[in-house]
Design a protein around this ligand. Structure first.
Ligand code: SAM
Length: 276
């Protein structure tokens, strides 16, 4: 019988946020795969757990992934943890889940801390529809392209960002979305200096130009306002009917086509076209 892969979320700043189920899963696993074994060792010591640890991180994941998969297929149960938060969300766990899924291994995610959702919930922005955009590229060109593609996104957007790249990111966002777009900067969540700054992109740029940003950030950016298309006027309808008739449409077909295109009642288009 193959074992299983458990995704175990860990606190993003407050050690008390570890759940009973997470603790039990770590205790019962045959081994723990950790992004940084030193970080995880601290957590295990806090919980009084002694367990075999293997490292699984960005630069060894290609090789380590298959070793872990083989151990699970041979019957062992693995608990995967990242440095903080939910494994597989903007960290290498994503690839291990894919490999396990491909190998037919059951993957079980335990719900728990996730910086993105914690930030969204206290942002004060709309939470009904949102999209997670993770980290933007450090390369200016790809960052711009990514943001350009989000220009008309109406859902609330969630980004992760490191403090030393924050100002450049805010500037690129202001270029793409305009400086008056609302943003909530959620900093040091669940930690002593937790803070939520609700401002605009330009307001955030002004603030962090004066004081260098410190700590971990999640950026919650409001979506674009829906574009309200201006209703077509009878004059627009008359022009369009004339154009269509010039190109060979009969009057009747031109009126029908214009009414459809401009979303106007047929009788309005008919009246507008009387003088043509
Ligand atoms: N998998 C993790 C999760 O779901 O929470 C996220 C991992 S990602 C490598 C790390 C990023 O999460 C940080 O750069 C920061 O943007 C965000 N983050 C993590 N902990 C945070 C905290 N306490 N406060 C604010 N942001 C945090």
């Amino acid at each position: 019988m193959p074992g299983m892969l458990y995704l175990v979320p860990t606190p993003i700043g407050n050690l008390s946020d570890i759940s009973i189920r997470c603790k039990e899963t770590l205790e019962n696993a045959d081994f723990i795969a950790a992004e940084d074994t030193r970080v995880t060792l601290k957590l295990l010591n806090h919980l009084g757990i002694k367990k075999s640890l293997v490292s699984y991180y960005e630069h060894n994941k290609a090789f380590k992934g298959s070793v872990i998969v083989e151990r699970i297929l041979a019957g062992e149960t693995c608990a995967l943890v990242s440095d903080a938060g939910s494994p597989a969300i903007s960290d290498p766990g994503e690839d291990l889940v894919k490999e396990c899924a491909q190998a037919g291994i059951t993957v079980c995610a335990i719900p728990g801390p996730c910086a993105a959702i914690t930030a969204l919930s206290i942002s004060g922005q709309s939470t009904g529809r949102f999209c997670f955009e993770g980290f933007l590229s450090t390369a200016k060109k790809s960052r711009r392209e990514h943001l350009e593609a989000l220009k008309t996104e109406q859902r609330t957007m969630i980004f992760y960002e490191a403090p030393h790249k924050l100002l450049a990111t805010l500037e690129s966002m202001a270029e793409a979305f305009g400086g008056d777009r609302p943003i909530s900067l959620c900093r040091e969540l669940t930690k002593l200096h937790e803070e939520v700054i609700r401002t605009t992109l330009q307001g955030a740029i002004d603030l962090y130009t004066q004081q260098p940003p410190k700590g971990e950030f999640v950026l919650i950016v409001a979506g674009a306002e829906p574009v309200v298309e201006e209703a077509a006027t009878p004059e627009d309808a008359a022009k369009r009917v004339a154009q269509l008739m010039e190109s060979g449409f009969s009057r009747k077909d031109a009126i029908k086509q214009t009414a459809q295109e401009l979303n106007l009642p047929k009788n309005v288009v008919y009246d507008a076209a009387l003088n043509i």
